[in-house]
Design a protein around this ligand. Structure first.
Ligand code: GLY
Ligand code: MN
Ligand code: MN
Length: 457
């Protein structure tokens, strides 16, 4: 079947990148400078590297896509506040590894005030940072720390000639990550797109599933769909866990056979323009839920839908999680998997045998995105522009004291939700989560040969 590409959302504009830098600079102490290194290529084996992924902070402030660059913010500098160092143009190197943007290109195409080749970086940094009292960078970024320490050393060696080395190094991450936590409308558009592509991928996997395939066949369907829609990489390692593998939270082997009668849990999201989608669906390998699977699934689904409905300004992720724990615990008691009353099973943590992880995390350029979860030691209220996941699950051990029908079943249902002014907007709703809808989608694919689908809306 021939398909047309989806319309793609607008890329982040140069004005927005500039605005992000201006806002960050406005939050700095007096006479400070910011240093943000780009990511570097990491060797994978003797003669190859892992696919390059830009550092999220560096990307957020520059949009510059190459490795081995450095962004410098110099608030108040008359000649320009934003300086970028990058790989020099080099025809021979470019013949092997592709065209480099180069310093001139960086100014023209990325809107920085000034750019230089890396060859002159160390010398120029000493000049540019002379007299800046505070250098701000991520203190756990070894490269940034090395650059800042070298500059400070070089300036200390010149104090008799009037140089003024920085007096302190300050962590930039709290300020920068607060900024990243609240997404702009342009970022939300990219995240809606990442959510939609991720949902299409899950639909494709549901439609391709059948007993006898392997978990990696579904991984292939998922990742095919990501790349086809321009989400060139998964946002994290695709998890396809069938049967008891679904109970392993970070299962990535994806190597087992899909067996008749089992469920399969897929946790997978595409990364579009560096923004993550993050979806989990759990469905029957053969397209039909068993009675026991239905009972457990319904408990997780009810908890998940209530939690999604609870997303909105003023609520907290902690309160949403508490609601999920209560709902799941109640369900486990009703099924006879826990005994006693709900509050007692929560107080003594017995529910944790079946639900270990938290319900939500921030989502953005990083799958587990940045930003504090608490302020002054209390859970922070949600505000519009945050993006969160809602992902309750139940993982029933394959143990003798568990009724046989429930043993080794793992179920998680995860959606991505934008906090809006009056509630939440789910970006991942294009893949079904109601059992009847999943069964209908899977049944529809049984009548055609291939798993591609066209959906409304
Ligand atoms: N896929 C990672 C997560 O759901 O948190
Ligand atoms: Mn996930
Ligand atoms: Mn998640």
């Amino acid at each position: 079947m021939q398909r047309d590409p989806l319309p793609r959302p607008a890329a982040i504009s140069l004005d927005e990148y500039r605005d992000r830098r201006v806002r960050l600079m406005a939050a700095l102490p007096d006479n400070a400078a910011v240093l943000i290194p780009a990511a570097t290529l990491k060797p994978r084996n003797r003669d190859g590297e892992y696919p390059f992924r830009q550092d999220s902070d560096f990307h957020y402030l520059s949009g510059f896509p190459e490795p081995d660059a450095l962004l410098l913010l110099l608030p108040g500098r008359a000649e320009g506040e934003t300086v970028l160092f990058c790989q020099p143009k080099d025809p021979l190197a470019e013949a092997w590894t592709g065209i480099r943007i180069g310093a001139e290109g960086a100014v023209v195409r990325f809107g920085v005030d000034e750019a230089h080749d890396n060859d002159v970086r160390d010398e120029l940094l000493v000049e540019l940072l002379d007299g800046r009292e505070t250098l701000c960078f991520a203190l756990d970024d070894e490269e940034a720390l090395m650059i800042a320490s070298d500059v400070r050393g070089a300036l200390k060696a010149r104090v008799r000639r009037g140089a003024k080395p920085p007096r302190s190094f300050t962590d930039i991450t709290s300020v920068l990550h607060e900024q990243r936590l609240i997404k702009s409308e342009a970022e939300l558009e990219l995240m809606r797109h990442a959510g939609y592509i991720s949902a299409l991928a899950h639909r494709r996997a549901m439609q391709a599933s059948r007993p006898g395939l392997c978990e990696y066949h579904l991984q292939a369907e998922i990742e095919h769909e990501f790349v086809w829609h321009g989400a060139r990489s998964p946002a994290y390692g695709t998890i396809v866990g069938s049967g008891v593998n679904a109970c392993v939270l970070h299962y990535v082997e994806n190597n087992d056979r899909l067996d008749e009668g089992d469920l399969v849990l897929i946790d997978a999201g595409g990364e579009f323009d560096l923004y993550a989608g993050d979806i989990t669906r759990t469905f029957p390998v053969n397209g039909r839920f068993s009675a026991a699977q239905r009972q457990l699934y319904q408990i997780v689904l009810n908890a998940q839908k209530r939690a999604v409905a609870a997303v909105g300004p003023g609520n907290t992720l902690s309160a949403i999680h508490d609601g999920v724990v209560r709902d799941l615990t109640q369900g486990l008691i009703e099924l006879g998997l826990l005994a006693g009353d709900v509050q007692a099973c929560i107080d003594d943590s017995s529910y944790r045998r079946f639900y270990l992880h938290s319900t939500s995390h921030w989502l953005g350029l990083d799958t587990h995105d940045v930003g504090d979860y608490k302020q002054d030691d209390v859970p922070r209220p949600l505000v519009p522009g945050m993006v969160v996941t809602i992902e309750p699950g139940l993982y029933i051990p394959d143990a003798d004291d568990i009724p046989a029908a429930f043993r080794g079943i793992g179920i998680r249902i995860e959606d991505d939700v934008i906090v809006t002014v009056d509630g939440g907007e789910v970006t991942t709703g294009a893949v079904p989560k109601e059992m009847d809808d999943i069964e209908a989608l899977m049944a529809a694919s049984r009548s055609s040969d291939h798993g591609e689908s066209v959906i409304d809306g």
